[in-house]
Design a protein. Structure first.
Length: 281
């Protein structure tokens, strides 16, 4: 698949567009407004110029030349693979998949979603071609992290899964792992309850934030502790993923602890607001 479409040019959509264009694909990115498209273009230009100055690519302009950011979804009509990376809202994604189903012409195009928590089945049945709908879950920052979770629904064909795997591994040079269509897939289903346990440990007065994080960095060789990681992910995002895991499995280990809920209420969302479990300048 060489003609790639991406919907949404935020944090993840821009990253997916960037790695696809760096791999030589022709990329069209659809945004919802001219302002968002302009923000997306400047996000892409900044990231590519950083990659150029670090010597990771020869020419940012050459890669940018393979990406078109548009505001008309109809421009995705000739795409062979479309990756949706809009806001994590089920109604918005279902509506988008209904529209993509009507717009994307090729009968064997793959329609993928980068969702972290919405069942792929709900997006598949919003189209007339659920066999070609699959979850392709990238990690942030996309140009740096090599993992992609492949998430077929019960109705996704094995041909679609293999075409998505080939794009991820052979074209992008990333590593794919296979997951069931369940909230959290593999990585978040393990990572989020671990972070929640660290928050409960802090909340109960068992240990300080610094000692919990030092413990995992020095004692288990983690690159950063769970509370610093929660600050990086964003406490609102951490809570939203925990809620979707809890909704799916009804296991207490996935329930967001009260301290996390109060911090989100207070706007203490971590690095992005300057304060979470730690304070950032
Ligand atoms: P974001 O808010 O940075 O970007 C979303 C973009 O989508 C915005 O630019 C917005 O203008 C655009 N958009 C919204 N509705 C649209 C529409 N109908 N048509 C076109 N564009 C539209 O969000 P993000 O962090 O990039 O997350 C996007 C998706 O990726 C979500 O499903 C999220 O769960 C998933 N995800 C996020 C991360 C992460 O670490 N942030 C990691 C993996 C997966």
């Amino acid at each position: 698949m060489q003609r790639i479409g991406v919907v949404g040019c935020g944090l993840m959509g821009a990253g997916i567009a960037e790695v696809s264009a760096r791999a030589g694909s022709d990329v069209v990115v659809a945004e919802s407004s001219p302002e968002a498209a302009e923000a997306g273009r400047s996000r892409l230009a900044k990231s590519l110029s950083r990659a150029e100055s670090k010597g990771k690519i020869d020419s940012a302009d050459e890669v940018l030349g393979r990406i078109r950011v548009v505001t008309d979804l109809d421009e995705l009509a000739d795409r062979e693979l479309v990756v949706e990376a809009i806001v994590e809202n089920e109604a918005a994604k279902v509506e988008l998949f209904e529209r993509l189903d009507k717009i994307v012409r090729s009968p064997d195009a793959v329609l993928a979603s980068n969702t972290s928590s919405i069942p792929i089945m709900k997006l598949g049945v919003a189209t007339t071609r659920p066999a070609q709908v699959i979850g392709v879950h990238f990690f942030n920052p996309v140009p740096v992290l090599s993992l992609v979770e492949l998430v077929p629904s019960l109705l996704t064909s094995s041909e679609t899964t293999e075409r998505a795997r080939s794009f991820v591994q052979d074209t992008l040079g990333k590593h794919a792992i296979d997951c069931q269509d369940r909230a959290g897939f593999v990585v978040n289903a393990l990572l989020v309850p671990f972070i929640l346990s660290a928050i409960r440990m802090l909340e109960s007065g068992f240990a300080t934030a610094e000692d919990i994080d030092e413990g995992l960095v020095r004692g288990a060789a983690h690159p950063q502790g769970p509370l610093a990681l929660a600050d990086l992910i964003g406490l609102d995002t951490t809570k939203a993923v925990a809620e979707s895991l809890y909704e799916e499995f009804k296991e207490p280990l996935y329930a967001p602890p009260p301290l996390l809920a109060r911090m989100v209420d207070a706007g203490l969302l971590g690095r992005k607001t300057g304060r979470g479990f730690y304070t950032y300048s």
